[in-house]
Design a protein around this ligand. Structure first.
Ligand SMILES: N[C@@H](CCC(=O)N[C@@H](CS)C(=O)NCC(=O)O)C(=O)O
Length: 218
């Protein structure tokens, strides 16, 4: 059976986990936290020590995008992505845009926004400029009616569900303004809509349990 390595706080881990749950693909989840993982051994399964990574019948695989693409190819019976090439490419476009131009940018804020570790003013200014330009650009690609690309739930909604709240909460914490909302993206309504799905609820419940366990430990 496929093994998914990562932890329930990780948005990239949760993207893959959501896909697996949503499409009823059997998997075993193995809890691996990046820092302790990096400290332990150099592991060719994920050489940068990032999560998620998977173990398959064919071998290991890291990076959430090729992992999802592998699932698409391995499960042609499951509608993870549309069969029509342009429709599938439009979903990949949204996901790439979110991850490259929003999440990866906002990620520089996370140490201070979420983990009590200061970041420099220079970083804050640089990230602010990018988010204020790139969020309105992203908005132009979306519909949110009610799903990100229209009236149908897609893979891009799974990515939005795990990534957009972090971008929004990080900008709120650092700048006092939710730049996602400011760009006209009602991410809370979207999270509410997607959050009705059993797979989303499982991902969210596991995430909350992880946060609670960390809180108790401190
Ligand atoms: N591009 C990677 C990003 C994965 C990623 O950044 N994962 C975070 C957790 S959300 C991580 O492992 N961080 C630890 C590190 O970068 O050392 C993917 O799509 O899988």
């Amino acid at each position: 059976m496929l093994k998914l390595y990562g932890f329930s706080l990780s948005n990239y881990h949760n993207k893959v986990k959501f896909v697996l749950l949503e499409h009823g693909i059997a998997f075993e989840e193995v809890c691996v936290v990046p820092i302790s993982y990096k400290d332990s051994v150099h592991d060719a399964r994920s050489p940068l020590g990032k999560v998620p990574f998977i173990e398959t019948e064919h071998g290991p695989l890291c990076e959430s995008t090729p992992i999802v693409e592998y699932l698409v190819a391995m499960h042609p019976d499951k509608p993870i992505l549309p069969a029509e090439p342009y429709a599938a490419a439009k979903q990949r476009e949204l996901i790439t845009f979110m991850e490259l131009h929003l999440e990866l940018v906002a990620r520089e804020l996370y140490p201070e926004a979420f983990f009590h570790t200061d970041i420099s003013d220079g970083t804050k200014q640089r990230v602010q400029r990018k988010l204020q330009r790139q969020l309105p650009a992203f908005k132009q690609l979306t519909r949110f009616a009610p799903y990100i690309a229209g009236d149908t739930f897609t893979l891009a909604d799974i990515a939005a569900f795990v990534h957009l709240p972090l971008v929004a909460q990080a900008s709120q914490a650092i700048y006092g303004t939710d730049y996602v909302l400011e760009a006209g993206i009602d991410w809370k309504a979207h999270v509410g809509q997607v959050g009705t799905r059993p797979a989303a609820q499982k991902v969210q419940a596991d995430r909350n349990a992880y946060i609670e366990a960390q809180r108790v430990r401190q």
